[in-house]
Design a protein. Structure first.
Length: 195
């Protein structure tokens, strides 16, 4: 298969897939090295850099999304769609998990001042958060993190791209927050981090 044909085939597959697809799935499908697929994806990203849509890569997933440069043109429509699917309570919960994650429901409840069971279940169902594992603490509560779908939905490449509210350390100190480290978690197999 020549390079142009492969490049166009990868582009068509990503578009037809509709949702984000793993780079390694693309490599497996076309029976080529992951490094070759990554190189082609970088070429496609360059090709799309000055268009209304772009090729976005986050956490080993790739998808087409709107170019943030043209975001104001469609922002009000996107907000309307988001409001239909995600309530204000869900957005609050999602924000806490995005800014403080990995974190537990107890922390989310503490920050919000209300029970977040319903919001967490809705966000899990919509695949915007996932259960990383269980905290090695009494009760072994679930630990939650945002998904790559969250990054794609909000058109950001990583959590570092979130707008700063205030310094994370300042937030944690005000909340008497103890950061959850990997050694504090009994990880569930097949987490988003696994590749």
């Amino acid at each position: 298969m020549d390079n142009l044909y492969l490049k166009n085939s990868i582009e068509a597959l990503i578009f037809a897939w509709g949702d984000s697809i793993e780079v390694k799935e693309i490599a497996n499908f076309f029976e080529v090295e992951i490094s070759k697929v990554k190189k082609i994806i970088e070429e496609l990203k360059t090709d799309y850099s000055e268009r209304g849509i772009r090729l976005q890569v986050a956490g080993g997933l790739v998808t087409f999304s709107t170019n943030p440069e043209y975001g104001e043109s469609i922002k009000s429509f996107g907000i309307q769609v988001l409001k239909k699917n995600i309530t204000e309570a869900n957005m609050e919960t999602l924000s806490v998990i995005a800014y403080l994650g990995p974190t537990t429901k107890a922390v989310v409840d503490n920050v919000r001042g209300v029970n977040s069971d319903g919001s967490i279940q809705n966000l899990l169902k919509n695949e915007l958060i996932y259960e990383v594992g269980r905290l090695k603490a009494p009760g072994k509560p679930f630990v939650y993190k945002v998904t790559d779908k969250f990054l794609m939905t909000f058109n950001i490449d990583s959590l570092d791209d979130l707008p700063p509210l205030m310094d994370r350390d300042e937030i944690k100190e005000k909340l008497k927050f103890t950061e959850i480290k990997d050694e504090d978690i009994d990880f569930i197999m097949d987490t988003e981090e696994d590749e």
